[in-house]
Design a protein. Sequence first.
Length: 97
Amino acid sequence: MPRPTPAQITYGTLTVVFSTLAMLLLSQTSSGIGVAVIAAAALVLGLLVAMTVPQPKPAASPAARLAPAARAADERVPVQRAPAPVLAESVREPAGP
C-alpha cells in the first residue's frame, strides 16, 4: 500500500477536527456514548476524504521516458519523393519599362 501524501494527511485531519466540532455543536450531546459515536463518525469521514484525494502519478523510469522517442526513430523510414514538375511558362510578370 502506498504511503499517504501530505495532502491526504492534511485533508483527512482537517475533516476529522472540523466535522467533530460541527457534530458536537449541532447535536449538543453530553453523554460519553454520544461523543464516542460522533468521534467515530468523524474518523470514518476523515478516512474517506483522505482516500479520495487524487494520488500523484508515479514517476516514469528513464528507460520508459526514452522508449517513445526510440520507437519513433525506428518507425521513421526515408521516402523518396518524386521531383516537382517544372512549369514551361514563367509565373512572374516581366519587369516594367
